[in-house]
Every structure is written in C-alpha cells, then in structure tokens.
Design a protein around this ligand. Sequence first.
Ligand code: FEO
Length: 168
Amino acid sequence: MLNKKIENTFNEQINKETYSAYLYQSLSAHAKHIGLNGVANWFQIQVQEEISHAQKLYNYINERGGKVKLQVIEEPPSEFENIQNMFEETLKHEEFITKSINELMDLAMNERDHASQIFLQWFVTEQIEEEDNVNEILNTLKLIGNSGNGLRMFDKELAARVFTPPTV
Ligand code: FEO
C-alpha cells in the first residue's frame, strides 16, 4: 500500500507529465503553423511519450492500492520566438521534470518505500535520454545557424521520428 505522502506526490507527477504532453502539443501546433512539419511530428511523438509516462504512474498508483486523483492542467504557452527558443523551452521543462523525479526518488528513499524506488529508476534513466535528445537537437540547430537548407534537412530528419511505447 502506498503511503499518503507518496500517493499525493505521484498524483502531482501525473499532473506534471500530462502538462508536458499539453506543452508539447502546443509546440507541435506552433511548428505546424510555421510550416515545420518534421518538428511538429517530433513534438507529436513527445506528446505520446508524455501520455505514456502519466499512464505508467496511473497504473503504478492503482497497483499499489492508492487512489489516482487528477488535477487541473495549466495553460501552456502558445507563442515562441523561433525554433531555438522552442527547443530551449523544451530543455528547460525536461530539467524541471528531472528535478521533480529526483525529489520523488528522495521521498521514496526517506519513506523506505523500496518498490517505489525500483519503479522510479525507469524514470531516472528516461530523463537522461530526454535531456540528451534535446541537447543534441540544440547543438544541431547551432551548427545550422541561419541556413535555410540546413533547416529544411533538419526538419525532414525529425519527420522520421516514430513512437516506441515503453516496454517496462
Ligand atoms: Fe515525462 Fe519528458 O518527461
């Protein structure tokens, strides 16, 4: 059985992951609006990933005899300065999520909840990948600079991204 403190914090994490999906949906809409269909696709895959993260938490709370409680989802920003800014916002958000996962892990350790620590390990590893993916994109964008051709090729590359559901 989950203790109340952990249950509440896991429910807050469902909210943060769902907000992540909402933020990426907004970024995808913006990319589509400015004609970057590959970037729009990349963010669409990100939306699906975030929904799967929220679902993982939802399933875990239920499995441990807790109660899922959904909360209000904040309105995400809808205007972004440029493509760099879109991915900088993404990185900033992922760093916030990493911090939140680390705090959840600290709580599970303090509460001596071993099952939650094992469960959260997947998220700790996932966050390394999430931040790395965005950092790589930001580095590529730096190299592209103001090259229209470079941006077109980059957009084409992101169009190939597909969603792979988490296995664990
Ligand atoms: Fe679920 Fe992108 O963190």
